[in-house]
Design a protein around this ligand. Structure first.
Ligand code: ZN
Length: 306
């Protein structure tokens, strides 16, 4: 990634070429397009990655879909990783049969996606659905630089920051032992979870705060969006399972609006780490035949009339 966008694009094209050349001929001949899942922010209509610090330097306004599609002579479609994951869960996983749901992924950060009437809700700039940056408090620095976001309490990187602070203050016997053995920078969410299991109070408090933030955020999502399901994936959610989901179900049942809370189900995602690959298939199939996905952002009805 340090080599910049051109090197990443070359790597993508090389990996896809290898996959295509290794496939049986009937599958090779049936390939109709390329789907791309990318960290955000992206412009899904132009297939561009905008400014993505997580991808290394130089990733500004890179037309990935056009470059990769062009290399294969195929149409290519790109969307933000959590949006592609949501399409994957809708086609093959925990959101099957569901056309109004939200998807959350809890790992290093907290990603999100809103699906309404079977389509990703993008908003006019394509940036909608960043549910991990929903405010749940008035303090707590988020990775995005703002304060009080869900990710600041539930994201793995944020919890690790809190854990390192606890070590510096001499508060967690379990994490202090981890820091002495592996170095303080090696502490991650997995160590915090293991610390909780071994009875370390500070580790328990860090995770409990994350679960509490998740629960109150879910109440907001249910009240604001009336989803049929909240599908939760990502490595931290996969590891925590019911420990994360149960308090959210209880909080929603106790405090969300009556009609949407009686409908919503908060469930574990089903597709694991390959959800992005799974989502690229419905991404291409849904957009290939839809004229709204050719030639830039669709014009809204009000803009046409104005
Ligand atoms: Zn944030």
């Amino acid at each position: 990634m340090a080599d910049g966008p051109a090197a990443i694009l070359r790597g993508c094209v090389a990996a896809l070429t290898e996959a295509r050349d290794g496939a049986p001929s009937d599958i090779r001949e049936a390939i109709v397009g390329v789907g791309i899942s990318s960290p955000g922010p992206v412009d899904p209509w132009r297939g561009m990655v905008l400014q993505t610090p997580n991808m290394g330097p130089g990733f500004n306004d890179v037309p990935i879909a056009a470059r990769v599609g062009g290399a294969f002579g195929l149409p290519a479609f790109l969307d933000r990783d959590a949006n592609v994951a949501a399409l994957g869960e809708m086609a093959f996983g925990a959101a099957r049969g569901c056309s109004d749901f939200i998807y959350l992924t809890v790992s290093t950060g907290v990603g999100g996606s809103i699906v309404s009437e079977g389509r990703i809700f993008h908003g006019p700039d394509g940036t909608a659905g960043e549910l991990g940056h929903t405010p749940v408090a008035m303090e707590g620095l988020c990775g995005c630089g703002a304060v009080g976001h869900l990710e600041a309490f539930l994201g793995g990187a944020a919890m690790a920051r809190t854990a390192r602070q606890a070590v510096a203050e001499g508060r967690s016997p379990y994490l202090i032992a981890v820091a002495e053995e592996e170095g303080i920078d090696a502490i991650d969410a997995k160590d915090i979870a293991e610390g909780e299991d071994s009875g370390d109070e500070t580790c328990h408090a860090i995770l409990e705060r994350g679960r509490r933030a998740f629960a109150v955020a879910c109440v907001g999502f249910v009240d604001a969006l009336n989803p049929t399901r909240i599908v939760v994936g990502g490595s931290i959610s996969d590891a925590q399972g019911a420990r994360l989901l149960y308090p959210a179900r209880a909080e929603v049942a106790a405090t969300a609006f009556k009609m949407p809370r009686s409908r919503v189900q908060i469930v574990q995602a089903e597709l694991g780490a390959d959800v992005g690959l799974a989502g690229c298939h419905p991404l291409v199939i849904a957009r290939l035949g839809d004229p709204a996905w050719r030639g830039g952002r669709p014009t809204s009805i009000s803009a046409q009339n104005g």
